[in-house]
Design a protein. Structure first.
Length: 267
């Protein structure tokens, strides 16, 4: 968690948020709301830009309850057409998906980018010793964690992603921080900077995950490398798009003098 979060965000109420690039949709199975529902709330909150980035099945993920190329075309993208027809003159509406990166599937990611405005890398799974590992629950050993960061670096270097979601997700189980782990995380942040990928401060790590992320180390590294940062709600319901957690985290990022951006690199 962020050790000085409460102290620095006790006057968050007047914070104005201009954009959010990480939101979900009923199609993923563990969220509610359509694109129109999110856009309607974003307009109410005064956002200039809203990106919807529902979960998309990765090419070799060990599970696939999420949208795929077929449902993307038939059930996901039509929601954007409806929302733009209703609200397009009042807010910029961007289409995206959140997805893991695996090597060797360039055609898959390119097909997604042909249809979408940007991709968010959310590395919930990675390969270690030939097996699928869960970033929430398998990130306890030094070798697992460094393997996770290696997989993230490969994704950053691929050029497919505009945002790295919850970069410190692997610290969910609060493993012992070692020099090797800290060095691997620092390389990942530096790689994101070199590749022009924005690092995310994720409000859902506070809202739904017991404040296991974002972490102080992420903040320190973003400061050290002047990393481009987006603050995202990662909301799974439209009503928390601009909730207290999002407002406080945005306020915190500004007060820590992070390089906060409201505009991402569209693919």
């Amino acid at each position: 968690m962020l050790s000085d979060f409460t102290k620095l965000t006790d006057d968050y109420e007047n914070i104005k948020i201009k954009s959010n690039y990480h939101t979900h949709n009923f199609l993923c199975g563990h969220a509610g709301g359509t694109v129109k529902d999110y856009v309607e709330n974003a307009v109410h909150c005064g956002l200039d830009t809203l990106g919807i980035s529902d979960h998309c099945a990765a090419p070799i993920a060990s599970y696939s309850p999420y949208i795929n190329l077929q449902t993307l075309q038939t059930r996901y993208l039509p929601q954007f057409d409806e929302a733009r027809a209703l609200f397009g003159g009042r807010i910029e509406i961007l289409s995206a998906v959140e997805i893991e990166y695996f090597e060797g599937y360039a055609d898959y990611y390119k097909k997604l980018l042909d249809k979408l405005d940007y991709l968010v890398m959310g590395q919930h799974e990675f390969i270690y010793n030939g097996k699928h590992c869960d970033s929430f629950f398998d990130g306890v050993g030094e070798d697992n964690i460094t393997a996770y960061f290696k997989s993230v670096e490969l994704g950053l270097k691929s050029g497919y992603f505009a945002i790295l979601a919850h970069p410190d997700l692997i610290f969910y189980r609060r493993p012992t921080m070692t020099k090797k782990i800290a060095a691997a995380f620092e390389r990942t942040v530096r790689t994101a900077v070199d590749c022009g990928v924005a690092l995310e401060l994720n409000a859902n790590g506070i809202r739904s995950h017991g404040f296991r992320y974002p972490t102080d180390l992420l903040i320190e590294l973003c400061q050290k490398y002047n990393a481009e940062v987006v603050v995202s709600s990662d909301c799974h319901s439209p009503d928390v798009l601009c909730d207290e957690y999002m407002l406080r985290l945005y306020d915190y990022a500004l007060k820590k003098n992070l390089n906060v951006t409201d505009t991402i690199r569209k693919q």
